[in-house]
Design a protein around this ligand. Structure first.
Ligand code: SF4
Length: 463
């Protein structure tokens, strides 16, 4: 029996999928990437409208597979299931779907699967009469909670036993759920709920358990990690949590994602600067270089604040690599606003940027704003911006050529099996010749050749 978990969207979803895959393994399924399996889970994203369209494409295929494998289970979860209209559409147009649940009751997945199997057995044993013929009713479990309840903590050992991590030496840990920021283009606060932080005790216990299971690198996850702990009964700052995580024996590297520029504190910069275990990479989404556009996005910082922040970070941590997210063509964006963004990119020396063309996301305030920018203008600005972003990436990356740096070896290169791939502290990848026994180890490599977004290197020390 095989199971496939298809993840759409962000790292939070990827983390949730580890849990889902692990639980499916405990039911005896072998995890595969082939959607033509006995149990398929679509872990959906709804940040962009076309993410929804993508799911419907996959469901079309899944329905076909189910025609030849009647016992197949098709499950859908994730952010898109928090939208009642989408759930209704699925129930009506894709009646072969068996299980629907949302972001707030993921921890109930095992119970929901058991409930589904029991319902199937019951329906098989109790066929109903339709048009004079006995028919087995389709078993559907649909359980979506509109809001998050207080966080349910599990024993750290459950995490170790149940989750299926992609790499045994790297793990992601949720430190908080939801978001309070309500950026006007974003649906996340509506589908993931308000901000809720886990206690530092629960997070540290989980990371200690992961360290004793061989994990060396931790990624701390939250929609806005910089506001971690503010809503706890005993408020704690993200900086102090990060400091404590670094003290755990066995954990050699700590990353975090995502940072909101309005909440990134001096205390955090100080903790990163003083602690070599914290990776030299900050993802700091700017979204726009125009203060007026930022105001309409409800980002609650100005262009000047952002640039000042970058300056402060670079002064304290000169080796830091900074990446960002940018939206082009937000409603009301003028050519002047766009040029502000281009100039901000030039000033910020990003090592990488995710650039997006603004597209209406229904259910968000921005979708009904006046002055929507025409598509051809967005496309033109996007292409111009990409050029500047690529130039920045190339020049920042090339500066590292010839240096000796440490990578954590993640595995065999997918495209060239003769090579290994490792990740630098600043998040860039390096490909180099080496023995499989190096996988999971820290290795010093020389960055021989810059290939734009990655390096070809050679091992100088593997002890
Ligand atoms: S900070 Fe803004 S963009 Fe990020 S999840 Fe929250 S509302 Fe969405």
């Amino acid at each position: 029996m095989k199971a496939c978990v298809m993840t759409f969207g962000c790292q939070m979803n990827a983390r949730d999928s580890e849990k889902i895959a692990g639980i499916l393994e405990s039911f005896g399924y072998e995890i595969t990437e082939d959607e033509n399996a006995d149990f398929v889970v679509y872990n959906t994203c709804t940040v962009r409208e076309n993410a929804n369209t993508k799911l419907y494409g996959h469901l079309g295929f899944a329905g076909k597979y189910k025609e030849t494998n009647k016992d197949m289970v098709i499950a859908i979860c994730g952010c898109m299931m928090q939208e009642p209209d989408e759930v209704e559409k699925i129930k009506k147009s894709y009646p072969f779907v068996d299980l629907i649940f949302g972001t707030h009751n993921l921890y109930k997945f095992k119970d929901l699967v058991n409930e589904l199997f029991e319902k199937r057995e019951y329906n098989k044993a109790h066929p109903v009469k339709k048009n004079g013929k006995l028919k087995v009713k389709h078993a559907l479990i649909c359980d979506v909670w509109p809001e998050g309840k207080p966080i349910v903590e599990e024993e750290p050992i459950t995490r170790i036993k149940e989750d299926k991590r992609k790499l045994p030496f790297m793990a992601s840990v949720n430190i908080m759920y939801g978001c309070n920021n309500f950026c006007t283009y974003c649906i996340v606060p509506y589908v993931r709920g308000r901000e809720r932080s886990r206690t530092p005790e629960a997070i540290l216990a989980e990371i200690k358990a992961l360290a004793s299971d061989g994990v060396k690198e931790i990624m701390l996850l939250g929609q806005n990690v910089n506001s971690y702990g503010k809503t706890l009964a005993d408020p704690v700052s993200f900086a102090s949590l990060l400091n404590e995580v670094c003290k755990i024996d066995g954990i050699e590297r700590v990353r975090f994602m995502t940072s909101h520029p309005k909440d990134l504190s001096d205390e955090l910069i100080d903790v990163i600067a003083k602690n070599p275990k914290v990776c030299r990479h900050i993802h700091l989404p700017v979204q726009s270089g125009s203060t007026e556009v930022l105001r309409r996005m409800n980002r609650r910082y100005s262009r000047e604040h952002y640039l000042e922040l970058i300056k402060k970070i670079r002064a304290a941590i000169p080796e830091i690599a900074i990446t960002t997210d940018i939206i082009v063509g937000f409603p009301g964006e003028t050519e002047e606003d766009f040029i502000d963004t281009v100039n901000l990119v030039k000033e910020s020396h990003y090592i990488g940027a995710y650039t997006f063309q603004y597209s209406k996301r229904s259910g968000t305030p921005a979708a009904s704003m006046e002055d929507q920018v025409p598509e051809d203008v967005i496309q033109n600005r996007y292409e111009r911006l990409m050029k500047v972003v690529n130039e920045s990436t190339l020049s920042e990356t090339a500066k590292l050529t010839g240096k000796e740096m440490t990578v954590l070896v993640e595995g065999v290169n997918e495209e060239n099996k003769d090579l290994l791939t490792g990740r630098l502290s600043n998040n860039l990848l390096v490909h180099f010749k080496g023995d499989d026994s190096l996988i999971g180890k820290f290795v010093t490599v020389t960055l021989d050749e810059c290939k734009g977004f990655y390096f070809m290197g050679s091992v100088t020390n593997s002890n």
